[in-house]
Design a protein around this ligand. Structure first.
Ligand code: ROI
Length: 174
């Protein structure tokens, strides 16, 4: 089983319940065990134009799925939660980004890992640090803490509300 980190984001249609349902769907994925769920973080939308604030979180799951099979599963969850094909940088009901898959570096047409924009995003790095600790290593050998020091936390508000009361739930394998 490979540890994979996934970023969740939403700024439409009751973002907190979108994130909550996404965690439920991730918990129910076959050949995966979800074992860490970060707090919920609020931040202003990054990118051009006016849009509502986002809620973001990061989870870790241990998976027996290959990277593209995991990506397929994440995209199915996004679609099941009503995501329509949206504009780049536009608001979204649910965004699930595969950030890290073990220590593999992957560059293909459908998938780039580590996620290419994660290092500049406080709403990804801080929840990732909350659940992984500073010792997390990237495929290039760099420590998460090194990236964190270069990414100001300003504007990121950690909420006391939790998305999942029962991390570590084992899912069925079928
Ligand atoms: N901004 C924030 N704060 N959080 C997101 O998850 C997010 N996702 C996006 C863009 C539009 C880049 N901005 C975001 O896709």
């Amino acid at each position: 089983m490979i540890p994979a980190y996934i970023a969740l984001g939403s700024n439409l249609g009751d973002p907190e319940s979108q994130l909550r349902s996404a965690v439920g769907a991730l918990q129910a994925l076959s050949r995966c065990v979800l074992d860490q769920v970060s707090s919920v973080y609020r931040s202003a939308a990054l990118g051009p134009g006016e849009q509502p604030d986002y809620l973001n979180a990061v989870v870790r799951l241990h998976t027996g799925l290959a990277p593209l099979a995991l990506l397929d599963a994440l995209q199915r969850i996004e679609q099941d939660q009503g995501r329509v094909r949206d504009t780049r940088w536009g608001p979204r009901t649910l965004d699930l980004d595969l950030l890290l898959y073990g220590r593999e570096a992957i560059t293909s047409q459908r998938l780039s890992i580590p996620h290419p924009r994660m290092l500049e995003r406080h709403f990804v790095l801080y929840p990732l640090h909350e659940i992984s600790g500073g010792d997390l290593l990237f495929p290039n050998g760099a420590k998460l803490e090194t990236y964190l020091r270069q990414c100001p936390r300003e504007g990121l508000v950690k909420s006391p509300r939790r998305l999942s009361a029962r991390p570590g739930t084992h899912c069925q394998s079928h």
